[in-house]
Design a protein around this ligand. Structure first.
Ligand SMILES: NC(=O)c1ccc[n+]([C@@H]2O[C@H](COP(=O)([O-])OP(=O)(O)OC[C@H]3O[C@@H](n4cnc5c(N)ncnc54)[C@H](OP(=O)(O)O)[C@@H]3O)[C@@H](O)[C@H]2O)c1
Length: 333
């Protein structure tokens, strides 16, 4: 797979692997042996960018994902870029399927998180450390100050912000240069395109999470698709409601038509669309299945011209679409 540069110098495969769904939000955690093999297969296929977070787990196994990723990728540690996140916990007491999250970026909490993540990831440094959500109670300058110290100490080499707005990005970057933001981005969720100018001005990369709108844009789901009620967030996501398939008819048709024209699949078109839009966008689709890992990696070889991307954008702007999942509720601590 070819590579892209995030920020000044962080070289990553142009498509990364989002590891969250192996442990969190997409049903009960997947089989460890299968996921270990999947992660090794990803390295073989040229994925060098792996995304996890301190909180990707379940009430029973809160750190499942970092533990899995740390163990499975240990043999390849020198060849890959490991990204993880700090600064939230889930409210597991909530009856909601998608548990509300509680931001906590107090410096002492970050310090504890980084030490524990390093242990679980079985490494002496994290390549990209994101604040998972902005903490309204801690000025971002203070968080950036802690990042600066962690860089000096060699515990992290780059840092970023997730779901951050322009003001936060600017203030953070002024204290300690930000390498990448990680925000939601897909054909159904385009509200952060307004950040492109500031990312270009400050030379910050855009890691796109949920780039397939949680799988919907693969066009492999339909009215009959069912998701585990208590453990799979998709059971409560608006794009997977029965009436949404009809509302998204035009979008699905556009994906199928473009896929046919490019000899590709709808999932590949969804990823190629953003890759061809900006050279600093890196999508991190998640999957538990080896054939999809390969399919998604194949998107890096598909070219959509600037005119084709623009034409898709203008169709997306005019067509009817269902609502799309925009993130879990954030609660104050
Ligand atoms: N910063 C944040 O707050 C935040 C929030 C959400 C996610 N993330 C990160 O972003 C990553 C990706 O996001 P996501 O997993 O929410 O959404 P996504 O990548 O848009 O979708 C993942 C879902 O799509 C399915 N899928 C993937 N490739 C497919 C294909 N080619 N054909 C059909 N289905 C396919 C997967 O199912 P199968 O497993 O069955 O293939 C999985 O259920 C996460 O793993 C995580 O690392 C970050």
């Amino acid at each position: 797979m070819d590579e892209r540069i995030l920020g000044k110098d962080l070289k990553v495969s142009s498509i990364g692997l989002g590891c969250m769904g192996m442990s969190h939000a997409y049903g009960a955690p997947a089989d460890k042996k299968e996921m270990t093999e999947l992660l090794a297969a990803a390295v073989d296929m040229g994925y060098t960018f792996f995304d996890t977070a301190e909180v990707y787990g379940t009430p029973e196994r809160p750190y499942d994902n970092e533990e899995l990723v740390g163990t499975a990728l240990k043999p390849y540690r020198d060849k890959i870029v490991l990204a993880t996140k700090f600064g939230i916990r889930f409210d597991y007491e909530s009856p909601q399927v998608n548990k509300p999250l509680v931001p906590d970026s107090r410096p002492e909490v970050i310090r504890k998180s980084v030490e524990e993540s390093l242990k679980r990831l079985q490494t002496d440094h994290i390549d990209l450390y994101y604040q998972h959500r902005v903490d309204p109670k801690i000025p971002i300058e203070e968080v950036a100050g802690v990042m600066s110290e962690l860089i000096q100490e060699g515990k992290i080499t780059h840092w970023g912000l997730s779901e951050a707005d322009e003001d936060t990005i600017r203030r953070a970057h002024a204290v300690c240069p930000v390498t990448a933001i990680q925000n939601r981005y897909s054909m159904m969720a385009r509200w952060y395109e307004s950040l492109f100018p500031v990312l270009e001005e400050l030379n910050i990369g855009y890691v796109a999470f949920s780039p397939l709108a949680n799988g919907f844009l693969s066009a492999k789901y339909n009215k009959e698709s069912k998701f585990e009620k208590d453990t799979d967030y998709r059971s409560a996501m608006p794009q997977f409601r029965e009436d949404s398939y009809e509302k998204n008819r035009e979008l699905l048709a556009l994906l199928h038509e473009t896929a046919e024209k490019k000899n590709a699949t709808p999932a590949q078109i969804s990823l190629a669309w953003m890759l061809c839009k900006k050279p600093y966008i890196v999508p991190i689709p998640g999957t538990r299945k080896p054939e999809r890992l390969k399919e998604n990696a194949g998107a890096a070889n598909i070219t959509l011209t600037a005119a084709e991307v623009e034409a898709i954008d203008s169709l997306l702007e005019q067509m009817e679409m269902s609502d799309v999942f925009g993130g879990t509720e954030v609660r104050n601590r």
